[in-house]
Write a protein that binds this ligand. Structure first.
Ligand code: FMN
Length: 324
């Protein structure tokens, strides 16, 4: 089996799940893991929040044994705070700690963290050094192409992070200014891969087995990372692995299995967060599972009104009856 190594962590060279705040929680991650996601990265967590002993931060850092290998992701701007947060995060037993240097949202980048760190590489280096010194698990960094079209610096920046001790770099091929559209630039991933010795994880717009294979081929990256392409399709990881192995294009699972998957996902979500919060969050997940189905608009409307798990069970039953 093809693998890559991040520090002492061995990862299958298929596809990883990207960190997505308010999406890739425990319930989402275990769903992807069941279908063979090679590596999981949790939602970003505020380093400051962790050091304040915030309960929500602790929930975000929790790693269950079935989620191995997994990274927790921190964001912050102060080396001392990052060091303390990394120490605290390591107690939750992730295999890796990732530092967020790509988040574009004003709440994060506006405070100098996330993607804004690409404009302060000296500080970014200090953060990596502080985290590396604080814990004995690998520290990795997730970056963008640059801040904007006038300041594309992923190659230079990645080299500095490597020198500071980062054990791997994930590159999302868009600038901060581009947020999540237009199409990701995979060439910048190739350029970073050619410039550093540590593993490079490629990210941006992989939404099919063929796209995953194309990213490996075009960039030479060590691992492909999938974000939005996995919405409502945790089985995509299995399809990518099969295609990379011998070109097999597995069909989506049959409707019964897709519904069982959705129900299992939302059951775990409700168990983790309680039915009220769980079902509110389930609305968009459920809509993603129904995307592209016949009668999608009506299904979406029912998803948007969900308040109880039993309603989702009925929705799945009605859907399967229509299919039959
Ligand atoms: C809703 C959402 C939340 C995200 N949250 C994070 C995050 O917490 N940390 C991070 O590094 N990137 C975050 N990202 C960026 C993704 O990890 C990924 O880089 C981006 O979506 C591009 O990959 P994709 O085209 O496969 O979705 C987020 C993206 C989305 C859409």
């Amino acid at each position: 089996m093809n693998t890559l190594q991040i520090g002492n962590v061995t990862i299958e060279k298929t596809a990883a799940l990207a960190p997505m705040a308010s999406v890739t929680d425990h319930a989402y991650r275990v769903g992807c893991k069941r279908f063979g996601a090679a590596y999981l990265v949790g939602e970003m967590v505020s380093a400051k929040g962790i050091t304040f002993g915030d309960k929500k931060s602790a929930a975000l850092l929790t790693v269950t044994p079935e989620e191995t290998p997994m990274a927790v992701q921190l964001f912050g701007t102060e080396p001392l705070v990052i060091a303390k947060a990394a120490e605290a995060a390591a107690k939750f037993s992730p295999q890796i700690i990732d530092l967020n240097m790509g988040c574009p949202v004003p709440k994060v980048a506006g405070n100098g963290s996330g993607a804004a760190l690409m404009r302060t590489p000296q500080l970014a280096e200090e953060l990596v050094r502080a985290a590396v010194d604080a814990v004995d698990i690998p520290i990795t960094v997730k970056i963008r192409k640059g801040w904007d079209a006038q300041s594309v610096n992923a190659v230079e920046f990645a080299k500095r992070m490597e020198n500071a001790g980062a054990a791997a770099i994930t590159v999302h091929g868009r600038t901060r200014a581009q947020m999540y559209a237009p199409k990701a630039d995979w060439d910048i991933i190739r350029q970073v891969k050619e410039a550093v010795q540590i593993p490079v994880i490629g990210n941006g717009d992989v939404d099919s087995p063929q796209a995953a294979a194309a990213m490996y081929e075009q960039t030479g990256c060590d691992l492909v990372m999938i974000g939005r392409g996995s919405y409502g399709r945790p089985w995509l990881f299995l399809q990518v692995a099969a295609y990379l192995k011998d070109g097999t294009l597995l069909p989506d699972p049959p409707a019964e299995e897709r519904m069982a998957c959705m129900l299992r996902h939302i059951r775990i979500l409700c168990d983790d967060k309680g039915e009220t919060v769980g079902m509110r969050e389930a609305r968009r997940h459920a809509a993603w599972y129904f995307k592209g189905e016949r009668g999608a608009a009506a299904l979406r409307n029912r998803c948007a009104a969900l308040t109880a798990y039993a309603e989702l069970q009925r929705l799945a039953e009605d859907f399967l009856r229509q299919q039959g």
